[in-house]
Design a protein around this ligand. Sequence first.
Ligand SMILES: Cc1ncc(COP(=O)(O)O)c(C=O)c1O
Length: 393
Amino acid sequence: MTVKTINRPGSLDTGPPFRPNRAQEEPTSRSARPIPLPTVPPHGGDVYAAARSLGTPVADLLDFSANINPLGYPPCLRQAVFDSFDLIRHYPDPDCRELRQAIADYHGLSASEVLVGNGSTELIYLLARAWRPDRALVVAPAFSEYERALETAGLAVDFFVTSESDGFLLKDPPELGADDLIFLANPGNPGGGLLGPERLRPILETWDRDGAKVVLDEAFVDFREEASMKALVGRLPGLVVLRSFTKFFGMPGLRLGYLLAEAGLIRTLARDSQPWSVNVLAQVAGRVCLDDPDYIARTRAAVDRERKALAGALAGIDGIEVFPGAANYLLAKLTRTGWTAAELRRRMLRQGILIRDASNFRGLGETFFRVAVRSAEENRRLIESLSRCLSQG
Ligand SMILES: Cc1ncc(COP(=O)(O)O)c(C=O)c1O
């Protein structure tokens, strides 16, 4: 594993250049020429662009590019949100008091250790702005918004690139100094692997002892709650645990995430955050989601079963190597000469199936792609299409 300092995006050999989606922004200068769309979308889940390119409705697409609970959102969520609809006549609670208490109860923490955001992405940007570290590090391959948020805050970013032979897991952690900041996801995304508490706890304790600040992104840990490090919140003052309602509770469009951290840090971050960023319906939704233990248990059982079945089926396709995953997605690699994930994505899209070309993650090459775990029937369609594409040569 190596640490590499990146001064400009894409300037080193840690993978293909990072391509943020700035091309889709409106040109600001009057002389600006049209900017071509990026060849690799910066994130999965842009069903709107994919549907436009095919000339089909979004509903006709089978989206394996974003990792969302295949059971959908909890059954009682729709009614609860509609029943609360008239609350939109008021501003939302700027402190999300009831939701913070519900989150705290759910995790066995205090409400003063919870901060809620408009998706965990908002909180990533807030953290990058609020902290002024000497050095900012990202364990790669990783969610590209860490890098973008740090750069937007004017920070140079170092990458600690995990290796394919380690299954993209942090086997050999970097040493950190006082006031260094590191972003690490567990389970990793796109890698999918999980560091168990017995391996991760000593790493976090060492970093904390050395005075570093750590953002542990647990956006996907709900699928494996026993591996969460939330019990260390408050005990390790430099630890922030980031969580999301997007993936497990199947509501990416409503935007809801939160972080868990020591109460003093929560107060500081809250002072820097925008008022009313969490809308009133999202606040209701969060409370409803956490109050449905049956849905939570069914999700864990279904995703575990379907992930194992999908991993087996992918491994059975000649020309695909699949990496072990712990959550609701799997990273895979094309092993047949000449094949790229970009080409595979194009071919799959023609069949109405969207996969994530993972070649623009730092540390991955052009043969990597990622698929979500969906229902047994949808996974069967994915496998059929992949087999058909690869057999066409
Ligand atoms: C690892 C990881 N963290 C955080 C996020 C952001 O999720 P959200 O802003 O929807 O909570 C994502 C989204 O893809 C992700 O993959």
